[in-house]
Design a protein around this ligand. Sequence first.
Ligand code: SAH
Length: 358
Amino acid sequence: MVTKDILNQEILNESDILQLLKTEGNDRSMLFEHSAAVKERFVQNLVYLRGLIEISNYCSKDCFYCGIRKSNHKVLRYNLSDEEIISAAKLAHDKKYGSIVIQSGELSNRKNTDRIRFLLEKIREMSGGRLRVTLSCGEQTYQTYKDWREAGADRYLLRIETSNPKLYIKLHPQNKKHAFDIRIDCLERLRDTGYQLGTGVMIGLPFQTLEDMAADLVWMNQFNIDMVGMGPYLEHKDTPLYQFRNELLSKDQRFDLSLKMIAILRIMMKNINIAASTAMQSIDKMGREKAIKVGANVFMPNITPGIYRDNYRLYDDKPCTDENAEDCGQCVEVRMALTGHQIAWDSWGDSAHYQSNI
Ligand code: SAH
């Protein structure tokens, strides 16, 4: 089928997606023009901001791709103080970002659970409930997700990383702490608890095929998620997957596929929120702007206090690790204007998909 006919279909199946992932030249431009038009029609040319606070890089997991995995003893571990976190949240509130993301390594102990609940309550108090909070703190029990939701978290991000269970096994140690089925259970628990549900995948992982990527998009559509953050896999020298670095697609190819995945997902799931990931910017200085142009509508300025930022290094060459939060805020407006988009200041930017489902 020619690209134009694929794009005009109501539903895209795996082989349509595969063909779109392979487009080049005029067909590729046609894909991006179509996704940009869908975006404008369903979610307008607006960009929602989330101030990203990486509160701690302590992690109890050992994912083979991740730079802050437990066994990487070269990482300088940090934990922001409660005051630092609340003042970063206040900065986002004062700057009218409307929303923040609290992200950390995965810890599942009582102390951490209580601490996050306390922080959520403090942030709600500080902002009078006017700041939306997304959590990205990994796999937790049903009760913990419930407690955090009651304390003020509205959205949760937990990437499936890959929807192919066989590939998932290759990226993680084989034990209960890293089981694919439990990750799926967690996503279901999150949905049941009433969160706006976010997930995502890495693109260009070792052993990953284009068919896997097409299946990821079908899976996200079937899972009916509200938000997505996905981007290129980037190698980190102190991780087990680094040994496969010579088998990877080039960074440019991973970047190109990430743009196409965003564009295709926008066409499939018209009113969800899609983030322009930081990993895209680390390959291309204009990476996040390009992602916004073809379908993403969420931008996450890093507001982690600058002195810690360099240590939340999931992959090599992570951008914006040496600036301070103020600089990031200032560059956002200019960056978005370049893409012909407006920033929705002082807006929660809830997923329209979630709203239409409740
Ligand atoms: N502990 C939280 C947050 C993890 S970091 C959780 O488990 O959800 C957030 C995301 O960074 C991960 O879900 C993963 O998709 C991404 N990430 C980790 N290592 C990466 C790498 N080497 N390249 C690209 N993305 C990576």
